[in-house]
Design a protein around this ligand. Structure first.
Ligand SMILES: NC(=O)N[C@@H](O)C(=O)O
Ligand code: NI
Length: 163
């Protein structure tokens, strides 16, 4: 299997694929008479297609072991998909550029505690992959009619591992 090294998640590195949702370096301003700070407008939520609406859901995910065999990626042509952790456990985020309608070379990131991601509309990504322990997430993505899932299974799986 071809090795896919895990790298730390950063806004810059993830920018071609979506947004990193975190407090650090986020635009913020005080609200509620200064008793609260709003970290504002951190992700571009996209919903499109028939009867499109924004969904807010919770996911409780089982952890995966590393090294991990990456056999497939998926994408959502009609909307973005955000995963915001409710624990301090890190999770694996795999994304890939599109090359003529198929995924190119994937990139694997591990989040720092508290970091979330918003995966852009129609961006290839691995499924939610918690690490270390059962983890809960807020998921913000697109509901409505029409097909919002496209899967791609690799001819040869990748071995996702720590560098
Ligand atoms: N379906 C769902 O909630 N999640 C998947 O799309 C995924 O990317 O894990
Ligand atoms: Ni998805």
């Amino acid at each position: 299997m071809k090795s896919l090294p895990i790298r730390p998640l950063s806004r810059d590195a993830f920018a071609p694929f979506g947004d990193v949702i975190e407090l650090d370096e986020a635009r913020s301003f005080p609200i509620n008479a200064g008793k609260c700070v709003r970290y504002h407008d951190l992700a571009k939520v996209e919903t499109s297609g028939p009867e499109a609406r924004t969904l807010v859901s919770l996911l409780r995910g089982e952890p995966y072991d590393i090294p991990l065999a990456l056999t497939m990626v998926e994408r959502h042509p009609l909307g973005s998909q955000a995963f915001i952790p409710l624990t301090d456990n890190s999770f694996l985020v795999v994304v890939a550029p599109d090359e003529g309608g198929e995924p190119g070379e994937p990139v694997a990131f591990e989040t720092a505690p508290g970091q979330g991601v918003n995966i852009g509309r129609n961006v290839w990504h691995g499924i939610l992959t918690p690490l270390h322990a059962v983890s809960d997430f807020v998921v913000i993505d697109r509901g409505g009619s029409g097909c919002n899932l496209e899967e791609h299974f690799f001819d040869k799986p990748y071995r996702v591992e720590y560098a």
